[in-house]
Design a protein around this ligand. Structure first.
Ligand code: NAP
Length: 257
């Protein structure tokens, strides 16, 4: 397995639940020191406790990815608690639905501010520490929605997720001289608390549209992030891995028979 993760300091934004928690678990099981980040301190700490009970090294902190000051405190905490920052998993994100007619300018800014600007701010806050690492890695959680597919009600979300890829394709060039790689995982439909809240009907119709006939697990995303964060992936930068059970491929319903 990938041996280059043990002892590394990893920040997972949005690590208290869902995909972020899956990423945090996979890194902790592989020996990383994990800082679990969410706006809710008790939930971040509860997840960190779970990781520790599982034999991992972890702690939790509250930070809002829309607030630069919070993110600087987060980065300093990773430095003081875990000795620096080797890997940033910029995962925190929100996906409220609303058609163009329903969305207010404020709704738009809220989603773009969290998902896209939050990615930029998280990387900016961690950069001084990532530069000091000999295995600087940034792994962004984007989505198939936006970069590859569309879904009514998610114009703002899709724009934010496609924007993350535009961001990383230049970020990787700027940071190459520091040997920092910047890549993204593009999840399809992954069974998380957030997605379960969309309701049974949504979950069933999604599963039916996926060639592998099931939604993904949070660990499926964690393993892709783990690979991109490893020393073994040192020559991969500015790239994306789609983890979607084949969801983007069928040309028609016939292709799913
Ligand atoms: P989730 O279950 O709702 O979890 C979201 C996490 O982000 C929580 O830890 C939440 O904690 C945190 N968060 C939200 N806003 C934040 C903020 N402003 N600052 C800091 N933390 C914040 O969501 P998820 O489904 O795991 O999604 C995680 C990421 O995967 C997102 O970027 C999403 O776009 C992407 N994604 C998900 C799917 C899917 O099928 N689930 C598919 C494609 C892409 P607090 O609320 O306490 O802050």
């Amino acid at each position: 397995m990938l041996s280059s993760i043990a002892g590394r300091s990893v920040i997972v934004t949005g690590g208290s639940k869902g995909i972020g928690k899956g990423i945090a678990k996979v890194f902790a099981r592989n020996g990383a020191k994990v800082l679990v980040v969410s706006r809710n301190l008790s939930e971040a700490e509860a997840t960190a406790e779970e990781l520790k009970r599982d034999g991992g090294t972890a702690s939790g902190i509250a930070a809002d990815v829309t607030q630069m000051g919070d993110l600087q405190v987060m980065a300093e905490a990773a430095h003081s608690r875990h000795g620096g920052i080797d890997i940033l998993c910029a995962n925190a994100g929100i996906f409220p639905q609303g058609t163009i007619e329903e969305l207010s300018p404020e709704d738009w800014d809220h989603v773009l501010g969290t998902n896209l600007k939050g990615t930029f701010l998280s990387l900016k806050a961690c950069l001084p520490y990532l530069k000091a690492s000999d295995q600087g890695r940034v792994v962004v959680t984007s989505s198939i929605t936006g970069p590859v597919t569309g879904f009514p009600g998610w114009t703002h979300y899709g724009a934010s997720k496609a924007g993350q890829l535009g961001f990383l394709r230049t970020a990787c060039l700027e940071l190459a001289k520091h040997k920092i790689t910047v890549n993204a995982v593009l999840p399809g439909n992954i069974l998380t608390e957030g997605l379960i809240a969309m309701g049974d009907e949504y979950l069933q119709s999604m599963a039916a549209s996926i060639p592998l006939k099931k939604l993904g697990t949070v660990e499926d995303i964690g393993y892709a992030a783990l690979f991109l964060a490893s020393k073994e992936a040192a020559y991969i930068t500015g790239q994306t891995i789609i983890v979607d059970g084949g969801q983007i491929l069928p040309e028609s319903l016939d292709a799913l028979k």
